[in-house]
Design a protein around this ligand. Structure first.
Ligand SMILES: NC(=O)c1ccc[n+]([C@@H]2O[C@H](COP(=O)([O-])OP(=O)(O)OC[C@H]3O[C@@H](n4cnc5c(N)ncnc54)[C@H](O)[C@@H]3O)[C@@H](O)[C@H]2O)c1
Length: 267
């Protein structure tokens, strides 16, 4: 690897929301993009559009439509990444975890409500996709020597890791686990000079947000609290991620970084 070697970013959750915006922004900064996403026919065009936009920026873009939480499928994607990097002499500089797929059910049935509550299977699935998969992907890219000194790992979290929101309990516990994984990975990867940080975005209109029961109230509250009546935009976070790839930030690791216009601190 030399200073002019191609730089690649691997984005988990690359077809929508923060992942798609980061793919576009990193491509505009000259990063080639590997993307992993899970789309059926109805939403697949959005993945194709991200690829087209990145390629229009003059970089290579390889997307995999597969379950990022499945060990075998992850292995196949990592094999393809390794082959591509071996061919072009590139290095994986960024790994971004931006997967949104979890149970939005209560832990306990509300009085008088016979609707289902979260099952053990749903709890485990949510933890696997939204938290533990960060560890498995990190293991693979580090152990296989695909990400080395100067690597930057980012994981998307939310204030829901520390606050209570209706129907968000299962995801909340996954976010708390994700932030713990980030701290531990940061500690263990310090000797390899790879940094790991969680990104705590503000409330942002994306497909995932629209699935949360009562999301209209979340949007209303955040907009009202904001002194300039505005939510976070996916581009706010994408731009910050580009800036956070700066080599001078080698000592900034293990944090949960708020990219929310101060939303978290407004009462
Ligand atoms: N939207 C918000 O307000 C907000 C705020 C803070 C944090 N976050 C977090 O940001 C992350 C991204 O959320 P978003 O709002 O951009 O969601 P989104 O729904 O717009 O995008 C989710 C992406 O994850 C992919 N995906 C989901 N499950 C997958 C799986 N098993 N395998 C492969 N790909 C999978 C989807 O294909 C899609 O590309 C999530 O972790 C979310 O909790 C969101």
């Amino acid at each position: 690897m030399t200073d002019s070697s191609p730089r690649w970013a691997l984005i988990l959750g690359s077809s929508s929301g923060f992942g798609a915006a980061a793919a576009r922004a990193l491509a505009a900064d000259g990063f080639h993009i590997f993307g992993v996403h899970l789309d059926r026919r109805g939403t697949l065009p959005q993945a194709h559009q991200v690829v087209a936009d990145c390629e229009a920026a003059g970089v290579r873009c390889l997307f995999f439509n597969t379950n990022a939480a499945d060990d075998k499928r992850r292995g196949k994607v990592v094999d393809s990444i390794a082959e591509t990097l071996a061919e072009d002499g590139g290095t994986l500089t960024v790994l971004m975890h931006s997967l949104a797929f979890g149970s939005l059910k209560n832990l306990v049935r509300p009085v008088g409500d016979e609707d289902g509550v979260v099952s053990a299977k749903q709890m485990v699935m949510t933890q696997d996709v939204m938290a533990n998969s960060l560890v498995w992907w990190t293991q693979d890219v580090v152990h296989r020597g695909l990400m080395t000194e100067g690597g930057r790992i980012f994981a998307m979290t939310s204030t829901g890791a520390r606050q209570v929101t209706p129907a968000y309990g299962v995801v909340s516990s996954a976010k708390a686990a994700l932030e713990a994984h980030v701290r531990q990975l940061a500690y263990e990867l310090l000797e390899r000079k790879i940094t790991v940080n969680a990104i705590c975005a503000g409330v942002t209109e994306t497909a995932a947000l629209r699935k949360i029961p009562g999301h209209e109230e979340l949007i209303r509250k955040s907009t009202t609290k904001s002194p300039i009546s505005r939510l976070t935009h996916v581009e706010d976070v994408a731009g910050a991620i580009c800036a956070l790839t700066d080599p001078r930030l080698y000592w900034m690791t293990g944090n949960t970084l708020g990219i929310h216009g101060g939303e978290e601190f407004i009462g």
